[in-house]
Design a protein around this ligand. Structure first.
Ligand SMILES: [Zn+2]
Length: 148
């Protein structure tokens, strides 16, 4: 199992809001605490499902349980936010869609950290890292190989 790093503070210093934890999204938001990120996975058709839901949208069974992911992927697309939409937001910051190596089309939306926003590009290799906030372990992404 990969050991995904946990950051000491949130580098994207704006207020985050979170959904209520449910059986379907709990692994996404809390498994980072162990350093091993997990996403919902259908054991029957062997596919990850994100966002999580009780039934597999492919085979319609309820054989969905959390399974570890590599935490590695590519920037699929991104945008740089330069405007502080709310007090306390640190700008600029990058919002990105990451396609994970674990399955074609498995994409998560997150923030990039540990990089100058002007250096971000589509296709760049990234790895997950986590920061704790309000009982959630927020998955963020940084350039792959940034190191522990
Ligand atoms: Zn399935």
């Amino acid at each position: 199992m990969p050991e995904h790093p946990i950051l000491q503070s949130d580098p994207i210093a704006h207020t985050r809001s979170f959904p209520q934890l449910t059986e379907s999204n709990e692994a996404f938001w809390t498994s980072g605490a162990s350093g091993n990120w997990k996403l919902p996975h259908c054991s029957l058709c062997n596919r990850y499902i994100h966002p999580g839901q009780p039934r597999c949208p492919y085979c319609l069974t309820n054989t969905v349980t959390p399974k570890g992911v590599t935490g590695l992927g590519n920037v699929f697309t991104y945008t740089i936010n330069r405007y502080p939409w709310s007090e306390g937001w640190a700008v600029p910051y990058v919002a990105a869609v990451i396609e994970l190596d674990d399955q074609p089309g498995l994409r998560v939306t997150s923030n990039l950290t540990a990089i100058d926003p002007e250096e971000v590009h589509i296709g760049m290799r990234v790895e997950v890292c986590f920061v704790e906030s309000s009982g959630r372990w927020v998955p963020l992404f940084r350039p792959a190989g940034t190191g522990k």
